[in-house]
Design a protein around this ligand. Structure first.
Ligand SMILES: [Zn+2]
Length: 82
């Protein structure tokens, strides 16, 4: 049994020169899992780190929101529209 990448979401990074990519992996049992987004931009990967916040308002309706957080100023958070 193996996990395979079933989709890749790509959005622009905060500076607009690169991308942020998130892969969704699935297995033979139709389970799927979102990977942590990766910053594919030299400038932004130096400046930001990825943080996630998990929400579970009711069972089976859980979701995770990801942010780019400025490493030097944690007040600066950009929510990723993935
Ligand atoms: Zn960038």
């Amino acid at each position: 049994m193996s996990w395979e990448t079933i989709s890749t979401k790509k959005i622009k990074c905060p500076c607009g020169k690169g991308f942020i990519e998130q892969e969704t992996k699935g297995d033979d049992w139709n389970r799927y899992e979102n990977e942590t987004p990766v910053i594919l931009c030299e400038d932004c990967s130096k400046k930001y780190k990825i943080e996630s916040k998990y929400f579970c308002p009711k069972p089976k309706h859980d979701y995770t929101i990801y942010y780019c957080v400025n490493k030097e100023n944690e007040e600066e958070k950009i929510q990723l529209e993935l």
